[in-house]
Ligand binder design. Structure first.
Ligand SMILES: Cc1cc2nc3c(=O)[nH]c(=O)nc-3n(C[C@H](O)[C@H](O)[C@H](O)COP(=O)(O)OP(=O)(O)OC[C@H]3O[C@@H](n4cnc5c(N)ncnc54)[C@H](O)[C@@H]3O)c2cc1C
Length: 494
């Protein structure tokens, strides 16, 4: 099919194609990909959304580059800046909203080979942005296991269910949080990100260290306002995690159990996921290893608790009338190389889509003061059209809450929008996953600080162009700042 057109006079497709070829030829020492792999490397999981599938299908970069060192990154960025070429940063491409799909061709800067763990200390570690999260955890634990080490075992505080393939830079650039957010909130919670080293997109690129809170100015803006080279993040004690499924006949009992377990202060845990009927049946159909792990027609709660907290888990399951239908020790999980994590968060959507292509999903944040009540009311109101999937997490401020990745039986865009509105009408925040513009998703509105940061780090507007609406308002934002109408975050001098 023909690629859709996102016309922009700054990025004439023929000129971009021709100048990209010139940059490829000028830097033969760097790994370039220009064959048919470019198409796959120009995509993410945008197709979870029927709306984005229509809008973004067929988008393609002109070349992909895979630098291995900071010098190589600098050489590529400098050359692209001189030629005014769009640059779209990519980790592993597991984002959901066409985040790393280039609207205007140009170069995909794939950081997956820029992937060293730089150091690890108790409670904090630093790595290059392209490190896969599973690899970072592995290396931190290997460091702890070295003879004579007094480091102790540490792991990332929150990882997406895509931890096996996704990069730390990708989580920062496009993600939210995940398994572990029940303890530490989303990645954006104060204390989770200590610092980032970012590169400016200029003919002579500069690398600049931003410490928290400025370190978060580049977070979850789809790589539109800075290229992150390194991240320094908080880590958590790595316990042996027991994985279990607890099944319930009644939705309300499963919901109340999930909420109580999430809040139980004496039980050390890493995740609690509620999958209301018929999701357990969809998962069992989609994935043979899960067949028989739950009773058909029941509501399931998937949990990861520290092995030493199992007694508390069993006690609470019995108190709420649940049946433990699956239990695996950390060693059993390790040996099988299969984890329940890969059925939670958006992996639930992935598996469900294998069975029923008519499904899509929404993302939502409940009100911590009444999340259980809201989840009951919405199920009553929306019935079978919305399949309830809730992840219990802490908010950025620390309150226990739940975040939804509800599956929707898609009929029309209008009905999809109506369902999102019904959630909003019940006081539930929607982070619309059917849009590709930063401000139309979780951010919700133009953030002057994000735009001002882009002016410093990407003054030519080359990073993932077309995704940040606020970029078109930069002159007004600067005029408002000069007139004292908005106060912008202070960035270090560079
Ligand atoms: C099945 C499935 C399950 C998922 N589960 C979760 C989940 O539990 N929690 C969650 O938060 N997300 C989840 N996601 C979304 C996604 O997997 C995560 O956000 C993941 O961390 C993205 O990492 P990545 O390396 O694949 O990033 P990519 O998709 O490659 O990039 C994501 C965005 O970040 C930008 N970016 C990447 N690297 C950099 C960098 N170094 N500097 C600046 N910008 C950069 C890219 O331009 C892009 O806009 C899920 C997605 C799928 C398909």
């Amino acid at each position: 099919m023909n690629a859709p057109t996102f016309a922009d006079p700054d990025f004439d497709p023929a000129r971009v194609r021709e100048r990209t070829a010139a940059v490829v030829a000028a830097l033969p020492g760097v790994e370039w990909i220009t064959d048919n792999r470019v198409e796959r490397l120009s995509q993410d999981f945008y197709w979870f959304s029927p709306v984005l599938k229509r809008q973004l299908e067929g988008l393609r970069a002109d070349a992909v580059v895979r630098p291995r060192t900071e010098d190589e990154v600098r050489a590529v960025v400098g050359a692209c800046a001189r030629e005014r070429l769009p640059i779209t940063v990519r980790g592993s491409g597991t984002g959901n909203y066409g985040q790393c799909m280039p609207l205007h061709g140009g170069v995909i800067l794939d950081l997956s080979a820029y992937n060293r763990l730089l150091w690890t200390r108790p409670g904090v570690a630093r790595a290059q942005a392209g490190i896969r999260m599973i690899e970072m955890d592995r290396q931190m634990q290997a460091a702890a296991a070295e003879p004579g080490s007094t480091l102790g075992a540490w792991e990332l505080r929150c990882v997406p269910s895509t931890f096996r393939s996704a990069t730390l830079g990708g989580l920062y650039g496009g993600g939210f949080g995940g398994v572990g957010s029940i303890n530490f909130g989303p990645l954006a919670s104060t204390g989770n990100v200590h610092g980032v080293r970012a590169m400016t997109i200029e003919p002579e690129p500069q690398a600049v260290e931003l410490r928290a809170p400025q370190a978060l100015l580049l977070h979850h803006v789809y790589g539109t306002n800075g290229l992150v080279l390194e991240l320094e993040v908080g880590t958590a004690p790595a316990h042996p995690w027991l994985e279990a499924i607890v099944c319930f006949e009644a939705y309300e009992a499963a919901l109340e159990f999930g909420s109580a377990l999430a809040g139980a202060p004496g039980i050390v845990k890493k995740s609690v996921t509620l999958l209301a009927a018929p999701i357990p049946d969809l998962l069992m159909q989609a994935s043979p290893p899960l067949a028989g792990a739950m009773k058909s027609g029941t509501h399931a709660v998937f949990v990861l608790v520290a092995e030493f907290s199992e007694h508390g888990l069993q006690q609470m399951a019995a108190d709420f009338g649940g049946t433990v239908t699956l239990r695996k020790t950390a060693e059993e999980v390790r040996r099988s190389n299969r984890t329940l994590v890969e059925y939670t968060w958006n992996h639930t959507t992935l598996h469900a889509l294998k069975v029923d292509k008519g499904l899509t999903y929404i993302q939502s944040g409940f009100d911590p003061a009444r999340h259980v009540q809201q989840a009951k009311e919405l199920r009553r109101k929306l019935g079978d059209e919305v399949l309830v999937h809730l992840e219990f997490i802490r908010t950025k401020e620390g309150a226990m809450n739940c975040s939804g990745l509800q599956l929707i039986r898609y009929t029309t865009d209008a009905r999809l929008n109506e369902i999102m509105q019904i959630h909003r009408d019940h006081g539930v925040f929607i982070a619309n996953p059917h849009v590709y513009i930063v401000e139309d998703g979780k951010q919700g509105q133009v953030n002057p600080d994000v735009v001002a940061t882009k002016m410093r780090f990407d003054p030519l507007g080359l990073l993932n162009p077309g995704k940040l609406r606020g970029w078109g308002q930069r002159e007004q934002i600067m005029a408002d700042a000069a007139a004292g109408k908005v106060r912008l975050a202070t960035l270090p001098r560079f």
